[in-house]
Design a protein around this ligand. Structure first.
Ligand SMILES: NC(=O)c1ccc[n+]([C@@H]2O[C@H](COP(=O)([O-])OP(=O)(O)OC[C@H]3O[C@@H](n4cnc5c(N)ncnc54)[C@H](OP(=O)(O)O)[C@@H]3O)[C@@H](O)[C@H]2O)c1
Length: 252
């Protein structure tokens, strides 16, 4: 259960080694989250994050093996995560950027990216919603992206996975109204993390810490969707409505 200040006490992170997820989890531990369940595919990496969270003050940190592409295992993964008790907050953070120039010429690679980013997010979302509906409370934070608001030539496969993810979680949020469970869809722009290492930062680029701060604020305010940084919301309103021939000519 959330504590008296509405801070979550128990947190599940899917994609625990993500730089953004680590920043969010650390921020929540600093705000007295005590039981942390970390799910990821890189066992050694997840263990390192577990140690980091113990050092930050979490008293009960456990880990669960999780592969977003192994859709058949997701119900069991979520059941394991809930075996220790209620989960107040689940963070759906896993995702891959892919390699657009390779993926648009390789059906298997394109499909693998869609399986991880979209199919995996749908299947974990359904499993999370089922368990949270049963417990009658909880919140799901999902990392979408502005890339999903309008797919760009330079990364339309990744963009399309995020468009699908975003639509699914907006619908899931609607389906959970009245259940005690809510969803926060986070749409960051360019975040300087392992995912974007070596890439030239886009305008309005941000950091994992800033995303974490915005997530905590969004949870406190009861927001349904947030953009990070906030001004991206207005930028995306314009970009979304540009006529396609104009949009195509933009250097993005
Ligand atoms: N960075 C950005 O500019 C940006 C902008 C908007 C949205 N986002 C989204 O934010 C989320 C976190 O990204 P990040 O920037 O923190 O990047 P990151 O540090 O590279 O994290 C990506 C995470 O996804 C995990 N992952 C990838 N494929 C997986 C699979 N098949 N099964 C389980 N886990 C898998 C990675 O695990 P491993 O450690 O095992 O590789 C890692 O934990 C992603 O969904 C991303 O799309 C990022």
């Amino acid at each position: 259960m959330n504590d008296a200040t509405s801070s979550p006490q128990s947190v599940l992170v899917l994609g625990a080694t993500s730089d953004i997820a680590r920043a969010i989890t650390r921020r929540l531990v600093e705000r007295r989250a005590r039981r942390i369940v970390l799910a990821g595919r890189d066992r050694a990496g997840v263990e390192r994050v577990a140690e980091e969270m113990r050092e930050a003050g979490a008293s009960d940190v456990t880990t669960v093996a999780f592969d977003a592409a192994d859709v058949g295992s997701h119900r069991e993964v979520i059941d394991k995560a809930f075996a220790g008790g209620d989960i107040d907050l689940a963070v759906v953070a896993f995702g891959a950027l892919g390699d657009q120039s390779r993926d648009e010429r390789t059906p298997e690679a394109a499909a693998a990216l869609v399986t991880t980013n979209f199919t995996g997010a749908v299947s974990t979302g359904v499993a999370l919603a089922e368990r949270m509906r049963e417990q009658g409370h909880g919140a799901i934070v999902v990392l979408s992206s502005v890339a999903g608001e309008r797919a760009r030539r330079s990364n339309f496969i990744y963009g399309s996975t995020k468009a699908g993810l975003d639509a699914f979680y907006q619908g899931l949020a609607d389906s959970l109204v009245g259940s005690g469970v809510r969803v926060l869809v986070v749409r960051p722009g360019f975040v300087k993390t392992r995912m974007t290492e070596g890439m030239k930062p886009a305008p309005l680029s941000t950091t994992a810490e800033e995303v974490a701060e915005a997530v905590v604020r969004g949870l406190e305010r009861g927001s349904g969707t947030i953009w990070v940084p906030g001004p991206l919301r207005a930028v995306m309103v314009v970009l979304r409505h540009l006529p396609r021939p104009v949009f195509r000519r933009l250097p993005i």
